[in-house]
Design a protein around this ligand. Structure first.
Ligand code: MN
Length: 502
């Protein structure tokens, strides 16, 4: 690990001495802040932010993103305050670091992790658990004011997954499950296919160890079976494109990620014969026209399977993925899936939205709004693959949650309230009796005013008194939910005692 390594990566796409100096400064600052700290792996702590910065630099992210990655754990894990980052590195970096610090709060409720066996999640409680996960995903999006925070968070998570072996089992379970259920789905919806696949495969064996082994065995067998046909197919394709004067940029074999194979196997009752894309040939040609021309050439070469031709160029997947897919009876009658795309489509399939937000674009903070993310919004409306269509189209509209906030109970449940909601609204959202007996509230461990406006990620603890079973008339002036308003009015008017029917 040395600084020059990082600078060299950034230089490859953006040689700029100001950027170099900025990254150097962030590196020196982070080294000094984390000195004497070790990771569970036994390495100096700085290795972690350094590796996260490298992941982002390799994806062509701007100097600001790389610097923020170097500093991302400084506020969380050392005594240095946000203000110090602000005075040293400016508002942009301070806001990115602050946003990342806040995301640390997003955690799956412990009792879920250790109360249900992953293999038994088809039970009724699964729905309840799904709702909890859904709220955490929404909270993450609602808390993110700048999409670059998500990019850094995902790179952070990737490196944490790569070093997860060093942690105690309980933490492995927690972090791997969050990766599988919260971070990978968000990477997927942002079209970041490469990262999504990596995160899932790193988490898979921690969460479902026996299924992991089983899937690995099946995949290994299939790879061995198909390998020789793949080589033949690649050779034939290269020759055929040459004959037809289609400039071939790349032809390669791609293996399906293990976790997505597992999902597909489940869908097909573990029948491997029904899965055609465990290995696939990927062809990259220069233009969209040549993609279609290549498809024609392939179909002349080998007979396609009925119903397996998919035009994701004309009809992209909801997350923006574009390619032509076909499955053919290839060399020696072996069934092979073929994917055809341009370099630009390939880049987008791997990096998704991040392909649009690298160093080439503005250095300014990117607000998550309808205007900046119009294409995301559009994607949400043409979802054809997801089963939970509505849910995901909501997540994609990153400003969808601007009118909602997500807060925790002290035990880690998530409550979803309108913006501007107060501890009183929160109390009534739990139970009428909790509302009626409220005398105060603690937020993140500190006493707050009863009309305090709750913020995303707040941990809210209601202080109650059995003696005070009476809401205050004043509360009506500030409560935001109709539920709280109605309950308060009822209690004040004595309506709650109405059922006198014998
Ligand atoms: Mn970190």
């Amino acid at each position: 690990m040395n600084l020059q390594e990082l600078i060299d990566i950034v230089d490859k796409y953006n040689k700029n001495s100001d950027d170099q100096e900025f990254i150097k400064k962030a590196y020196t600052f982070a080294c000094s802040a984390h000195r004497n700290q070790l990771r569970a792996t036994g390495e100096p702590f700085i290795v972690h932010p350094f590796e996260v910065a490298k992941i982002l630099a390799n994806d062509n992210h701007s100097a600001a993103v790389v610097a923020a990655a170097l500093l991302h754990d400084v506020v969380e894990d050392t005594s240095i305050a946000k203000e110090k980052i602000q005075s040293e590195f400016g508002n942009e970096i301070a806001d990115l670091v602050d946003g990342l610090t806040k995301l640390q709060k997003i955690k799956i409720k412990k009792s879920w992790l250790f109360s249900i066996n992953p293999l038994e999640r088809s039970s009724v409680r699964k729905k309840e658990y799904e709702l909890h996960l859904e709220n955490l995903r929404k909270m993450l999006v609602a808390m993110t004011k700048d999409i670059r925070i998500i990019f850094i968070k995902l790179a952070d998570r990737l490196h944490n997954m790569q070093t997860l072996y060093a942690l105690p089992q309980e933490k492995q379970q927690q972090i791997a499950e969050e990766t599988l259920e919260i971070y990978a789905p968000i990477a997927h919806r942002l079209g970041m296919g490469k990262l999504k696949g990596e995160l899932e495969d790193l988490a898979f064996h921690y969460v479902y160890p026996s299924e992991f082994e089983q899937t690995k065995k099946i995949a290994g067998r299939e790879y061995a079976n198909k390998e020789k046909y793949m080589e033949k197919a690649k050779y034939k394709i290269t020759e055929a494109l040459k004959e037809n004067s289609v400039p071939l940029i790349d032809v390669s074999g791609r293996k399906k990620h293990l976790y997505s194979l597992r999902k597909k196997l489940k869908k097909h009752d573990n029948d491997i014969e029904k899965i055609y894309d465990i290995v696939a040939v990927r062809i990259i040609v220069d233009t969209t026209e040549n993609c279609y021309k290549t498809l024609g050439i392939i179909h002349k070469l080998w007979r396609p399977l009925i119903g397996r031709i998919k035009d994701y160029i004309a009809m992209p997947k909801p997350n923006g993925y574009q390619s032509l897919h076909t499955t053919v009876f290839g060399p020696n009658g072996s069934i092979i899936e073929i994917q055809i795309r341009t370099p630009k489509m390939h880049d987008k399939a791997e990096k998704g939205i991040a392909a649009h937000w690298n160093y080439k674009t503005t250095q300014k903070p990117i607000a998550i709004s309808k205007e900046n993310y119009s294409w995301i919004n559009e994607l949400g409306q043409i979802d054809t693959t997801s089963t939970d269509k509505k849910e995901w189209s909501e997540i994609l509209k990153l400003d969808f949650f601007k009118d909602r906030i997500f807060v925790f109970t002290p035990t880690g449940d998530v409550h979803n309230l309108p913006s501007g909601a107060t501890p009183v609204d929160f109390a009534y959202s739990i139970h009428t009796e909790v509302g009626n007996t409220t005398v105060g509230a603690k937020v993140n461990g500190h006493i707050v005013k009863i009309n305090y406006q709750l913020q995303n990620g707040d941990i809210v603890d209601i202080i109650r008194s059995k003696k005070s079973n009476q809401p205050k008339r004043d509360w009506l002036k500030f409560v935001k939910t109709s539920r709280a308003r109605d309950k308060i009015k009822n209690k004040l008017l004595g309506k709650s005692k109405l059922p006198f029917i014998n």
